[in-house]
Design a protein around this ligand. Structure first.
Ligand code: ATP
Ligand code: MG
Length: 873
């Protein structure tokens, strides 16, 4: 069975059991401050489990792109070394939101595996939560009894809290689970060691494939559990592992999900898979990591220096480094796998072919830059080795390489080993821990539990229509962090405050109590589909009705920038072409920033065209036309711009200004005329194939023009002319150039006059034409002069001195013949004479200079030179 069929059968099985098939959520989290990446199928449904929103269907099924490389679930270090953990993998799941529970979940899972997929019952084991004293929980008897009805009791294994109690993070919905494991070993091996003893023991052939989670608790901040109002089912089956079982192979990498990638890696690198363990690991690492990185980029997450982008960069670097060391790849090659990947997975995930070119470009550039880092690192490491005394290399030094240059520590220790050195691992670990502690302390946030004042399932956002409304507090909690100090998070029954999202900043404003007390709202963000207001204080009386007031100025300027962003997007596609796609956007009150795919720097003419295009639509006074409830199909048919990596529902909000129509939840002006003017202030590159425009509108644009105008007046004032200032500056530049020429000519004439004077002053001492003299020239001028005199006079010995800014220079010129006949060396001579001016120098036998800090020693040096010449025979 091909992997495509495996996926389809799963979804169809649950479709027949009245589940709605929904798309995978993006792998990169956009509005969940507690998670960077989707790490399980349930993440996108968290709000339903918490009761914050009501699902449209109570039963759904899907395949979810997951990434387990950070936080509570981090498999990165295992990946490649074993054959069944990936960074990015697909999790097949079926869900019940307050509908069916353990009985159906268990029965259907068994039916699918044994009757549809026809997996041998004798190779399956199941586990049940044994209970936990910590949490005061008992054995999951209900699950045990359900399993007992289907499988022999010796195939039911008791699991502890670590394996059989599922939690996404430190807080949130959770519950006991039942896992299903498969034993893929040969008959002989099974006869020797019973499979039950290998479950959850990290045996690569006895692996967990499916986890059925019975969500019934919420983990609170203090660690305690509370019952959820409704019970839910959350299951997750590893797609790649299932394919391994159904395709009769013993490693995920031998399924058709990975073999095309592995064949391609073999072709590119010339290394065969299956020959040598080191090479095998490296090939698996590359085959796995390309998927994670490509999907992340398709979701809009580019490699970068911070946050989620940094995690992606590290994954890619891990692959580059394995290739570099074990596959001998010194040139970029990983980007060449995008073709195969996109061909294989493009059907199920159209975002891959769509972003094909971008993904290739970004990966190639990252590869280039990290390969050169690796080379620099090797040089640095050599110098560390050269300067170290014993055979052990300082851990601090290795940490520096790792921290500042991104040089992987395992590579450092490998190279050291090869050269017969050792790494001070303890020292390295210590330095690493110290750094982690520092950054943890800086970013630590502690959150109290919510204090719930009233139950209110769905809060309403009224801020499209009004900026002020009467609200009631539904719940609040205190959060503390080093960065922000103590803050309160407030949730209202309804709110006019826009929560950060779609690139637009959250609203600010205040809350006024009936007695006139005011609490400032400093930011607004979404969490689990709830609008959370960040306040500096808690209102004294939390029970009353408050007037919630949005800061109008900020909202207005932000709206101008948001509408201008749509017009800019339209302009770019119109002027540069439809390959332009939005890759990032930040809408603030003071400016807007827009990242988009395009392959070359924009020309000044293109920039002007874009500005003109947008300003023409501002002048055109286009009205704001919104539809808050349009079926997504209709919106797409009308040509609305949607973004990859965004999660959209069945119905969407569309925002139209003239021909520009986008799916958008942001706030906008009522008419483009309100924007007044649009001005681009910068255009540049952010990554390979991605450009960034920063622009301003309304007040900020006014300010910009005002300041520039002011500067022009000042320039005119300084120029003190009624002429056009550009002409005035050009003529000043011309005048300056011609004056510089005159000065140069004058200096030449002066040197010529000086030369003739000096020749007249030469003394004949025993046939040597000698002159020792202080002159008023710089070092370059003296050199020119000396060489010119040397061309005219034979047997010349010159010692010319000069003084400049309190420093002395001695230059000694000796005709080449003279120097060799008499054994004279200008270099040695200036070094000797340099003592008089407290300095030193050197050069060649026929010309040398010395510099010193004591100009008052010049006469002595000159006299000394003459003595020297007199003594020469
Ligand atoms: P394991 O103990 O094997 O790491 P897990 O307990 O972390 O698995 P769950 O969190 O229960 O797994 O996830 C549900 C299913 O997802 C697992 O049964 C497995 O099939 C699959 N899975 C989990 N982690 C990975 C991974 N890193 N790569 C591929 N599949 C995975
Ligand atoms: Mg795991």
């Amino acid at each position: 069975m091909t992997s495509q069929e495996v996926r389809l059968q799963f979804l169809n099985f649950f479709k027949e059991k009245n589940h709605k098939i929904v798309p995978s959520a993006p792998m990169v989290m956009k509005d969940d401050p507690t998670l960077m990446f989707t790490n399980a199928g349930m993440n996108q449904f968290k709000e339903f489990f918490l009761g914050n929103s009501i699902p449209k269907s109570k039963r759904v099924t899907d395949t979810q792109k997951c990434l387990r490389v950070s936080g509570k679930h981090n498999d990165l270090e295992e990946v490649g070394k074993d054959t069944y953990h990936h960074t990015m993998f697909e999790m097949l799941g079926n869900w019940s939101f307050g509908d069916y529970f353990k009985k159906e979940a268990i029965q259907w899972a068994w039916e699918l595996l044994t009757e549809v997929y026809k997996i041998d019952k004798d190779s399956l084991y199941v586990s049940v939560f044994e209970g936990s004293d910590d949490d005061n929980l008992e054995l999951d008897q209900e699950a045990y009894d359900l399993w007992k009805a289907i499988v022999p009791e010796d195939r039911i294994i008791m699991g502890n809290k670590k394996d059989n109690f599922w939690e996404m993070g430190d807080q949130g919905p959770c519950g006991p689970c039942s896992e299903i494991h498969v034993d893929l070993r040969s008959k002989e091996e099974k006869a020797k060691v019973p499979g039950a003893s290998l479950v959850n023991q990290d045996d690569p052939l006895v692996v967990e494939i499916w986890n059925l989670v019975f969500i019934q608790y919420n983990r609170k901040a203090n660690g305690s559990l509370e019952d959820l109002p409704e019970k839910h089912i959350d299951t997750g089956m590893g797609f790649e592992r299932l394919c391994m079982v159904l395709q009769g192979v013993k490693s995920n990498y031998d399924t058709d999900v990975f073999t095309p990638l592995i064949r391609e890696i073999e072709t590119i690198t010339g290394h065969k898979y299956g020959k040598k363990e080191e090479t095998n690991i490296a090939i698996r690492v590359v085959a796995d990591h390309i998927r994670a990185v490509a999907f992340a980029i398709a979701d809009g997450q580019l490699p970068s220096n911070t946050g989620a982008g940094y995690v992606i960069r590290r994954i890619l670097r891990r692959a580059i480094r394995y290739g570099f060391t074990f596959l001998d790849t010194k040139q970029p090659f990983i980007y060449r796998l995008v073709n195969v990947l996109s061909e294989r997975m493009g059907k199920a995930f159209p975002e891959l072919p769509k972003n094909h070119q971008l993904i290739e470009n970004v990966i190639k550039e990252e590869e280039n830059s990290f390969l050169s880092t690796l080379e620099q690192g090797l040089v640095l490491l050599d110098s560390v080795i050269a300067s170290s005394k014993g055979k052990t290399i300082d851990g601090e030094k290795a940490f520096e390489l790792y921290d500042t240059f991104g040089f992987p520590i395992d590579l450092t220790s490998l190279i050291l080993q090869e050269k017969g050195y050792q790494l001070d691992v303890e020292g390295f670990e210590k330095a690493l821990k110290a750094q982690k502690d520092r950054s943890r302390a800086a970013s630590e946030v502690s959150k109290d539990d919510w204090t719930v004042l009233q139950q209110d399932a769905e809060q309403e956002f009224v801020g499209y229509d009004v900026l002020e409304s009467n609200v009631k507090l539904v719940k609040y909690r205190k959060v503390s962090s080093k960065k922000e100090g103590d803050q309160y998070q407030l949730v209202f029954n309804l709110t006019p405050f826009y929560a950060e999202g779609g690139g637009q900043v959250g609203d600010k404003g205040y809350l006024e109590a009936p007695n006139g007390d005011v609490v400032y709202i400093v930011d607004t963000k979404k969490e689990n589909n709830e609008i959370v207001h960040f306040a500096e204080d808690l209102p004294k009386d939390v029970s009353g009705t408050f007037k919630a007031v949005v800061d109008k100025e900020q909202r207005f300027h932000t709206a101008c920038n948001h509408t201008a962003t749509h017009l800019l997007h339209q302009a770019l596609r119109e002027i540069l072409g439809t390959h332009v796609e939005q890759k990032g956007s930040a809408v603030h009150s003071k400016y807007l920033r827009f990242d988009f795919s395009h392959f070359s720097k924009m020309t000044p003419a293109e920039l002007r065209d874009v500005e003109n295009f947008v300003n023409a639509r501002i002048a055109g006074q286009l009205p704001f036309e919104e539809n808050r409830n349009m079926p997504i199909k209709d919106a797409m048919e009308q040509g609305a711009m949607a973004l990859f990596g965004e999660k959209y529902g069945d119905t969407v909000r569309t925002v139209r200004f003239g021909q520009s129509i986008e799916l958008c939840g942001g706030t906008h002006v009522k008419n483009t005329a309100e924007i007044w003017h649009f001005k681009i202030v910068s255009e540049g590159a952010v990554a390979a194939g991605i450009r960034r425009i920063e622009a301003i509108t309304s007040e900020a644009a006014k300010e910009f023009f005002f300041k520039n105008n002011q500067m022009l007046f000042e320039i005119k004032d300084v120029l003190n002319t009624s002429q056009d200032p550009v002409k005035a500056v050009v003529s000043l530049q011309e005048e300056n150039a011609s004056l510089r020429k005159q000065v140069e000519q004058l200096l030449k004439d002066k040197a010529k006059g000086l030369k003739n004077d000096l020749i007249a002053e030469l003394k004949d001492i025993n046939g040597i034409q000698f002159l020792g003299k202080k002159v008023d020239l710089d070092a370059g001028g003296i050199k020119d002069l000396a060489f010119e005199m040397g061309g005219q006079v034979t047997n010349l010995f010159l010692l010319l001195a000069s003084e400049n800014d309190g420093k002395a220079i001695l230059s000694c010129y000796i005709s080449k013949d003279l120097a060799s006949n008499k054994g004279l060396n200008a270099g040695n001579i200036v070094r000797e004479l340099g003592k008089h001016i407290q300095g030193g120098g050197g050069g060649q036998p026929f010309f040398a200079t010395a510099g010193g800090k004591n100009p008052s020693g010049i006469p002595a040096a000159l006299a000394n030179a003459e003595e020297l010449v007199r003594a020469t025979r």
